[in-house]
Design a protein around this ligand. Structure first.
Ligand code: UDP
Length: 361
């Protein structure tokens, strides 16, 4: 299969601004290459792929980012800036796709989804968020009615946000196990990883750390400075140990030293890459039972699930985290979320999309 992959129009790959999509894209490319497929990636200028993905051709496009949908009102109209990087990526992608079998879109935005109705090449969409925009949800509904196979989701609970899709295609996610080292650090510090933005609920994790009387190690891009400083000011100075945004390799080394990851989503988290990354290092996770993490974490086996926003309950589970066997966390990732498992699911889905497209011709 010859696949043209369209990256996120928010930040370049490696910037962290695109969130989990950046890692998902890289691991998907790894999985597809190892199955022998040809992959070309169209991405914003300055993007980098994993060194092991050098067989994938990377095409750069310059232009202005889209505004992320989770930071706009649900009923906001679509905004496409002058010199749009998204439009540029699609233009280039369509040109390359003349020689390819399928275009695989990883941007959560209106334009590529609308194009599905209007171009010959099949366009398959990995939907990376819950329903964050009425205009996009309405468009998915319209396109889905004509092209029922062209959308895939990371988790069932994410797909529930699109109730008009009765039998959603769920592909989970995949991680390169070799990139994560198991560590048996039962006495390590408390960790939190993610974009620092209101939908990630950092304040609840800081509450837990403060109650226990420990520091909370925080890794990730500070997307919302005002939000970050308001949390900082609500707790005793030094409760948050800001570690910034670091590479996957550095992150897994540090994360593996921690005794637990706190995951506090305030939105319907599509998947929650950081949850699986922690598990891959042997770190159990205590998370709100909301979105993808509630399908990933095995309560009492690989961590604990807590009623959404019940930070006191989160605190009580953090206190008994040593009951979780760390090797079971790693084992779950090996059995359920490797790049091979993920890429195989994506390939069989893309085959359906291509087959349906042929039948229409
Ligand atoms: N991440 C990283 N370095 C950091 C902190 C986070 O590379 O210091 C990455 C992490 O590996 C994950 C992503 O940021 O892939 C966050 O993705 P997630 O799915 O958890 O949430 P999203 O940002 O997509 O909502």
């Amino acid at each position: 299969m010859h696949i043209v992959l369209i990256s996120t129009p928010i930040g370049f790959l490696g910037s962290g601004k695109g969130g989990g999509v950046e890692l998902t894209l890289n691991y998907l490319v790894s999985g597809l290459l190892s199955l022998g497929h040809t992959v070309e990636v169209v991405a914003p200028q300055n993007s980098t792929l994993l060194r092991s993905n050098e067989k994938a051709k990377l095409h750069f496009v310059e232009g202005k980012d889209q505004i992320s949908w989770q930071h706009q009102k649900f009923n906001a109209p679509v905004i496409i800036p002058d010199n749009s990087v998204l439009a540029g990526m699609l233009e280039k992608g369509l040109d390359i796709a003349k020689q390819a079998d399928v275009m695989l879109n990883m941007s959560y935005d209106w334009l590529p989804i609308w194009m599905t109705l209007n171009v010959e090449i099949p366009i398959a969409h990995i939907i990376s968020m819950g329903s964050e925009s009425s205009v996009i949800s309405n468009l998915i509904s319209k396109v889905h009615a004509k092209h029922p196979y062209n959308f895939a989701f990371h988790s069932k609970i994410q797909a529930d946000d699109y109730p008009y899709i009765k039998k959603p295609i769920i592909i989970g996610n995949g991680f390169k196990l070799d990139d994560y080292t198991f560590q048996d650090s039962v006495k390590g510090p408390l960790a939190w990883v993610g974009r620092v933005a209101p939908e990630k609920g950092l304040e609840d994790a800081v509450y837990v750390a403060n109650e226990i009387g420990e520091k909370l190690k925080v890794w990730g891009v500070i997307e919302d400075e005002i939000y970050a400083s308001s949390i900082e000011q609500s707790f005793p100075k030094g409760t948050i140990d800001w570690r910034g945004f670091i590479s996957t390799n550095e992150l897994q080394k540090e994360l593996g030293k921690c005794r637990v990851l706190l995951n506090t989503p305030k939105w319907n988290e599509a998947y929650g890459n950081v949850v699986v990354e922690a598990l891959a290092c042997g770190v159990p996770v205590v998370a709100y039972k909301r979105g993808g993490p509630s399908e990933i974490i095995q309560h009492g086996e690989t961590g604990y699930l807590v009623d959404p926003d019940d930070k006191k309950n989160m605190l009580s589970y953090v206190k008994i985290i040593e009951k979780i066997k760390r090797y079971r966390c790693r084992e779950w990732v090996e059995k359920n979320a490797s790049t091979d498992i993920f890429a195989n699911k994506v390939v069989s889905w893309l085959n359906k999309v291509m087959h349906e497209n042929k039948l229409r011709k």
